[in-house]
Design a protein around this ligand. Structure first.
Ligand code: GAP
Length: 601
């Protein structure tokens, strides 16, 4: 943990952003509580996500259960393939993620994609030891560990279920009904924001690796033949891309280019993924992610999840500027192809396809068979039905096989011959108005907690107030004189800051407190998140609001009682302006929207 990270974690706990849960019982790793400030910050980030990825895109949002029955995960592949590598220390019994041991102690990055036997070799060659007790780990077996939390649905154990490891499955499973809401028309998108659960082997780094976390996922169902994203809307957005090829190349490095260039040069091969990388880049900037500490990194072949054909991660460096970077995956953008819907179509009883209507009906020739079972029965006995099925499949596949007097089919490895006249073979003309297709899925999958942490880490700064006063009004200097010379600031964008405005009475006497409370109530009624603070000096109160990222403070003083005006102070510049109470709500709205600044008032 860098000093900066430690100070941010301390601030988060002290000021009610986040802290480990069940601390009264010793705490449990991987489960965190969002305190009053953090819960609002997280909600605001989720609202901003909904605004951009659901409302603006015209998608729908659903809310499905977090527990799902086992067959869902047999179909999705999670039961068999959703594993991490576990290594147990023979001495102290601590479980470690083997790939993390390798990454933390060697130059190897992304060890997740290395096969288990090679990981075991690396551990032995690098003479890795247990981080907890120092025991040599050479020769210790590395195993697969399934990350899903299992449970039983109802009494007994006859109906196993799992806490969903991604919100996505709650969307895929309901596709047969969701397509009706979309009137059977592609493309359409379905979003879900909610908890996902993974029994991580070694949860770490606070909100970064949790066992219960929130995802905001969009499953965009498309016809890969005809549907195209509105790429022109994002083609000029600049993105920093660390492609798989650059990661593999000697001296390879991330490259900055526009989305349009990346598509033209085939750096991003899916237009849909490119579209969402462009949209998301602007969204991250909007909620306060520092674009100098942000990049997109492509998964290499071994790293791809079992369902993904291509995947780019949004990564943020969550250390302080200038420190050794610590890149954390905050979102995955995957092209999942038809994997999910095909699998559920195979395992479930419902139809996971879409009927795609042709512009004009088409006439097609269809080869059919109508085998003479009074011949096949006596001739092939118990295999007669299998022979009939094989004839039907062959007619569809290769009608020329029926051109001679006899036709041969393979049944369980045996070649069986049938006279063509007994097959009822015919070629008929039929009119078709469309076909059933399995939609492809483009999936931006956002990890809300990691994004919240990134926004906090990127907005955190420690500042000398003397410096702040140099480029702000004279009032800033008086803030420094008033109390400490330093302040800690979360420069959160007003859209996500837990409180938009704090209201203070200069002193809690002579009617100032009552007037300030009235102002706070009026602002709440006008829809603002408002803090009220009457204790300590004004400088102290500013410091307290700076620390939780409140962008504007309003002070009620003796002049207010005379002329109904208040002082509005800006968190970042510390600039101040006098504003009439009759226009305060309107001014704060324009300030919150970034349409004006306090210095301009
Ligand atoms: N549906 C696709 C999917 O779940 P993922 O890359 O496994 O993809 C998506 O997860 C996002 O969820 C990640 O980019 C990350 O931000 C977040 N995430 C995954 N595991 C997490 C964990 N243990 N703790 C916190 N966030 C996690």
């Amino acid at each position: 943990m860098t000093d900066n990270t430690a100070r941010l974690t301390e601030l988060a706990k002290r000021r009610g952003f986040f802290f480990q849960s069940s601390e009264a019982y010793g705490g449990v790793a991987g489960f965190y509580v969002y305190g009053p400030e953090g819960a609002t910050l997280k909600e605001n980030v989720q609202d901003a996500w909904r605004d951009r990825f659901v409302r603006r895109e015209g998608h729908m949002e659903i809310e499905s259960p977090t527990v799902m029955p086992e067959p869902v995960f047999e179909a999705s592949g999670h039961l068999d393939g959703f594993d991490d590598m576990i290594l147990e220390c023979p001495e102290c019994g601590t479980s470690h993620r083997a790939d993390h041991l390798v990454e933390d102690n060697t130059d190897i990055e992304e060890a997740e994609s290395i096969p288990i036997p090679e990981v075991e070799e690396i551990i032995a060659e690098a003479e890795l030891v247990c981080p907890t007790c120092g025991t040599d780990l050479a020769g210790e077996p590395v195993d697969d560990f399934n990350l899903m939390f299992g449970t039983n649905i109802g009494p007994g154990s006859s109906s196993p279920g799992y806490l969903r490891p991604e919100t996505a499955q709650g969307i895929f499973v309901e596709f047969p009904r969701l397509k009706e809401y979309a009137r059977g028309q592609l493309p359409f998108g379905v979003a879900q924001v909610g908890p996902a659960y993974r029994n991580e082997i070694s949860p770490r780094k606070g909100l970064i690796r949790l066992r219960e976390f929130a995802q905001a996922e969009l499953e965009h169902f498309i016809d890969p033949e005809t549907d195209e994203p509105p790429l022109a809307e994002v083609e000029d957005v600049e993105v920093t891309l660390y492609s798989a090829a650059e990661q593999d190349a000697d001296g390879g490095a991330p490259q900055t280019m526009t989305v349009g260039e990346a598509v033209a040069e085939d750096v991003i091969t899916s237009d849909w993924v490119a579209y969402y990388l462009g949209v998301a880049k602007d969204w991250y900037a909007r909620i306060g992610v520092d674009m100098d500490r942000f990049r997109y990194r492509q998964h290499n072949e071994g790293e791809l999840a079992h369902y993904a054909a291509d995947c780019w991660d949004a990564e943020a460096d969550v250390t302080a500027p200038g420190a050794e970077p610590d890149w954390v995956e905050i979102t995955g953008f995957a092209y999942r192809g038809d994997y999910d819907l095909s699998k559920h179509g195979e395992y479930a009883d419902e139809d996971f396809t879409i009927f795609k209507q042709y512009d004009d009906p088409i006439t097609v020739e269809r080869a059919t068979v109508d085998p003479d079972m009074s011949y096949l029965g006596p001739e092939f006995g118990g295999d007669a039905a299998a022979v009939a099925d094989a004839l039907e499949a062959l007619a569809e596949r290769d009608r020329s096989a029926f051109e001679g007097d006899e036709v041969s089919v393979d049944v369980d490895g045996e070649e069986l011959t049938v006279p063509v006249e007994k097959t009822g073979f015919a070629v008929e003309e039929t009119t078709e108005s469309g076909e059933h297709i399995t939609p492809h899925v483009v999936e931006p999958s956002f990890g809300v907690d990691r994004i919240v942490y990134t926004v906090l880490a990127h907005s955190y700064r420690e500042e000398d107030l003397g410096e702040a006063s140099e480029d702000a009004s004279g009032e800033a200097a008086s803030e420094a004189d008033d109390e400490d010379e330093e302040r800690t600031v979360l420069s959160l964008p007003p859209e996500v800051a837990p409180k938009t405005v704090a209201v203070f009475p200069l002193m809690d006497k002579d009617g100032l407190g009552e007037r300030a409370r009235e102002v706070a109530d009026e602002l709440r009624a006008a829809g603002f998140e408002v803090a009220y603070d009457a204790s300590g000096s004004i400088g102290r109160r500013y410091r307290r609001q700076d620390e939780v990222g409140t962008p504007f403070c309003v002070t009620v003083d003796y002049d207010t009682l005379e002329d109904d005006s208040v002082t509005v102070r800006d968190r970042d510049s510390t600039a101040q302006a006098r504003v009439g109470l009759d226009e305060l709500a309107t001014r704060l709205r324009t300030l919150r929207a970034g349409e004006t600044s306090v210095s301009d008032l």
